[in-house]
Design a protein around this ligand. Structure first.
Ligand SMILES: NC(=O)c1ccc[n+]([C@@H]2O[C@H](COP(=O)([O-])OP(=O)(O)OC[C@H]3O[C@@H](n4cnc5c(N)ncnc54)[C@H](O)[C@@H]3O)[C@@H](O)[C@H]2O)c1
Length: 248
């Protein structure tokens, strides 16, 4: 089960942490993987590690918020991996400036970062591959989201949470458009991860019922299922993966 040989995946923001774990897990299942990151050295390091482990990968650094760069990067990946991308994991979601803080204090100049990467970044990447997926009659799109999309908090995440809510809505709508073509689209809403930073993180981890933050392997295992041939009836959903932190 969950065999991905013959498939070609693009994982954005895959130069470290969650995205790196996802890229390596997809490669281990047999997919050829285009490893994207904003920082070329990160993408190249992960791609090289996949190749050293016997997998197939290429580094395709680009900024997901730059539509022209996304199109060029998808073109490079398609040429290097000898075929169109049929698995897209939109993982890039943490911008250089997260726009943390109470909304009343946030200058409008800071509103764009989380929205641009999570919403327009996802749209740029989906738009670059969705036509080919529909024409081929098979495709998998997974959006990495966050519990902050559905649960409000006073932790200064209003910009990020609204961007994640927006992209979950986007995925629900496209799932309906592409379902007749054999293409699925889902969101994976993660809880607090081991890569999380910031002063309140230790307290948040303590409140996770399973007693720990999520790891890249936790996320990767769920992604392997969601992009697999076996998940053809799973679409339009937001899957929570959070150690039991939220149960609705
Ligand atoms: N860290 C958490 O606790 C947590 C919780 C819930 C959800 N998430 C989500 O999980 C995903 C991964 O988070 P992470 O903690 O592994 O992030 P991270 O910041 O550790 O790594 C993400 C990578 O994305 C790259 N990146 C940044 N901007 C980019 C851009 N514009 N284009 C391409 N790549 C870009 C970075 O260079 C970095 O290597 C994100 O979507 C995030 O919102 C994280």
């Amino acid at each position: 089960m969950f065999e991905l040989s013959g498939h070609i995946a693009l994982v954005t923001g895959a130069g470290r942490n969650t995205g790196e774990g996802i890229a390596k897990a997809l490669a281990a299942q047999g997919a050829a993987v285009a490893v994207n990151d904003l920082l070329p050295e990160r993408a190249e390091a992960v791609s090289a590690e996949i190749e050293q482990a016997g997998g197939k990968a290429v580094a395709v650094p680009f900024d997901v918020t730059d539509r022209d760069a996304v199109l060029a990067g998808v073109g490079r990946a398609t040429a290097a991996l000898s075929g169109p991308i049929d698995i897209l994991v939109n993982n890039a979601g943490i911008p250089a400036d997260m726009g943390y803080g109470p909304f009343r204090d946030l200058d409008p100049s800071r509103w764009h970062g989380p929205v641009d990467i999570n919403l327009f970044g996802a749209m740029n990447c989906v738009h670059a591959v969705i036509g080919q997926m529909c024409d081929a009659g098979w495709g998998r799109i997974v959006q990495i989201s966050s519990g902050s999309a559905r649960t409000g908090s006073a932790t200064g995440l209003s910009l990020y949470g609204s961007a994640k809510s927006g992209v979950e809505g986007f995925v629900r709508h496209i799932s309906q458009e592409v379902a007749p073509f054999g293409v699925t689209a889902n969101s994976l809403a993660l809880g607090i991860m081991s890569s999380a930073g910031g002063p309140g993180v230790a307290a948040l981890v303590k409140r996770v019922p399973t007693g720990r933050a999520g790891s890249p392997d936790d996320a990767a295992a769920a992604i392997v299922y969601l992009v697999s041939p076996e998940a053809s009836w799973m679409t339009g959903q937001t899957i929570n993966l959070n150690g039991g932190s939220v149960t609705y």
